[in-house]
Design a protein around this ligand. Structure first.
Ligand code: AVJ
Length: 319
């Protein structure tokens, strides 16, 4: 038996490494220093994130999966069959894999910044669904979501699970939802959103005792060394994660353990002991506020499902 290998297109291949370099150097030179969370996801970073989703403290992935498992028939009843499922930030494609059959998906398109990781994930998934047309799209959608014509003209179900929307500030989230609405071309959006909950639960999820989240955060420095030729020494940096009530977000930082200087070809940056690099925000929403945001972005017929603790919500909305 031969199974076709899924087609892969890499949209940003030509997007010069100089753009990435410029972006990173600007952030590293800023005060306070910052690096976009999109740089977490090199191959090892993507694997570390997959490990995070299996941690007992990291509730979002399993809570969302339980919501889907429990309500998939109800969700499917709202949808036509044969839709093109467009998985934004597909990663290991695990979340969508569980929905392909129950939602009677006709075509699967996986979009992710990490195209190498995507290729492996899709090849595995194609073995389980030999008949399902699949396409992988490598693109950095964090600035601008543009889907190539190869996605096809089937009715679209845009899938943005895992509360990745949480990386955006509310203003950025509104802008991104509008882009999702355009990309849906009159179809629907299925999106997972992490909700406000006791601070101790949140902070444990982002600072686990096994240290996987710390490794995920510090791996960013390895990736930076690769990308810009810097000389970050990982043992000099510690993982910091806390909930900021005022902004309703988890912040992750890397904190210098001693005064140090990081060098790269053409530049350097000194850090005082305790100085931080801001690496991620993960906003936590209230159901009513996110419903309002979807409405503001132009979505209608908004439905929502949650777990019994109301820790996570899945929204379905008409584009
Ligand atoms: C992939 C952005 C949803 O914010 O929970 C997990 C990333 N960072 N642990 C999140 C993450 C640290 C994750 N998102």
């Amino acid at each position: 038996l031969t199974v076709r290998s899924p087609r892969l297109i890499d949209i940003d291949r030509q997007e010069s490494t100089t753009a990435v370099r410029g972006d990173l150097l600007r952030g590293l030179s800023a005060c306070p220093a910052r690096v976009s969370p999109k740089y977490f996801y090199d191959e090892l970073g993507s694997s570390l994130f997959a490990a995070i989703t299996r941690l007992p403290e990291y509730y979002p992935t399993r809570t969302e999966a339980a919501i889907f498992a429990r309500h998939v028939d109800d969700i499917g009843a709202q949808l036509a069959q044969g839709l093109t499922l467009v998985d934004i930030g597909a990663g290991n494609c695990e979340k969508a894999a569980a929905l392909l059959i129950p939602l009677r998906v006709g075509r699967y398109v996986a979009v992710d910044i990490s195209v190498d990781f995507l290729g492996d994930s899709l090849t595995r998934l194609q073995l389980q669904h030999p008949q399902l047309p699949m396409l992988g799209v490598g693109t950095d959608f964090s600035q601008r979501l543009l889907l190539p014509a190869e996605v096809g003209d089937g009715q679209r179900l845009l899938f943005y699970p895992g509360s990745s929307i949480g990386n955006f500030t509310p203003a950025q989230a509104l802008d991104f939802l509008r882009q999702l609405r355009d990309a849906a071309q009159g179809g629907v959006l299925l999106i997972g959103v992490d909700l406000c909950k006791p601070v101790a639960v949140l902070e444990a999820a982002y600072d686990d005792p096994l240290g996987v989240t710390a490794a995920f955060n510090r791996n960013l420095l390895r990736n930076l060394n690769q990308l810009i030729g810097s000389d970050f020494f990982l043992a000099d940096w510690r993982h910091v994660a806390f909930f900021d009530e005022a902004q309703s977000r988890i912040e992750m930082h890397l904190e210098a353990l001693r005064p140090l200087c990081v060098r790269w070809p053409g530049g350097e940056r000194a850090f005082a002991a305790g100085e931080r690099i801001h690496t991620e925000n993960s906003y936590k929403w209230r159901v009513d506020d996110f419903t309002a945001l979807l409405g503001e972005a132009g979505f209608s017929e908004i439905r929502q499902w949650t777990d019994e603790r109301c820790w996570f919500a899945v929204f379905l909305a008409q584009a």
